[in-house]
Design a protein around this ligand. Sequence first.
Ligand code: TXA
Ligand code: MG
Length: 324
Amino acid sequence: MRASISDIEKAAGVLRAGGLVAFPTETVYGLGANAEDPVAVARIFQVKRRPPSHPLIVHIGGAEHLDEWVADVPATARLLAEHCWPGPLTLVLRRDRRVPLEATGGLETVAVRVPDHPLALGLLSAFGGGLTAPSANRFGSVSPTTANHVRAELGDEVDFVLDGGPCEVGIESTIVDATGETPSILRPGGVTREDLETVLGRSLAVHSTSRVRVPGQHPSHYAPRARVVLVEPEKVVAEAEFAQELGHRVGVFVPSSFAEAPVKVHAVVAVPGSMAAYARGLYGFLRELDQAGCDLIVASLPVEEGLGLAIANRLRRAAGPRPS
Ligand code: TXA
Ligand code: MG
């Protein structure tokens, strides 16, 4: 059942009492806690089974509150905030002392964003402060894009779930390090590199492969249970059928340009031709193939422009080495 105004009030009360509330954003569902309550923040790490050194994003109700959470706002950061918020952009800036080190994984910087979702904004306004919220899934697994994904994965370890239906964007926010003179992308996401470059009038480097700069980006993040194998688009069908013949229970992401013939495998996802629809569906598709009992997923990377950059990033990570 979709959340109502009284649910928002209840959820804000749970947060004030130090509890955890899962709430929808335009990207994925977040697992929120009062950003200024180190005990509540610590519980997020417990519920997610996430190492405490992995920094969280502080969600705030509007760009006008940014200065309350960071030590200073460079001109480029101000420009990006004004153009992109509310929206799927996260800015990494120098932390104000108001932000506890528990929320930043001990870093002197903090990640901040204004989510573009009426329930998230309603919750932030009713609560009146900032909310640290990682994606509401267990560490390393696929992010939730519906309230049912959250309930299925976290159960009653969450004190309250605000149901806002399926998320519109479907993949996480773009993270930009805006601490220095030259901003760079630490994680591609819902705002495209091209859009950011248009706002800034300059090109942006992507540093998402650097594990030093972005703790919390293990190569196997966003991984379903099934192993993920990436091949060239024109080989997807043949490789999938071959693996099925070898005895795997194969799920396949069939690229839209190869979608005519039936594929002889365990489960098939027809990849949408539009990158926005692909991003919106991506995590649901991975969950669907897990639920169908697949042990191997064969997919290919989209062209890495627009939202294709973020989709390719998530698929690579899903296919990355698993912690043993
Ligand atoms: O769309 C999103 O961003 C979602 C929704 C719920 O807002 N949140 C999300 O949070 O994806 P999470 O915790 O799953 O990912 C946060 C990312 C991590 O990769 C972390 O390393 C990075 O943000 N991060 C947080 N603080 C940082 C900092 N100070 N410096 C560099 N990276 C940081
Ligand atoms: Mg996450």
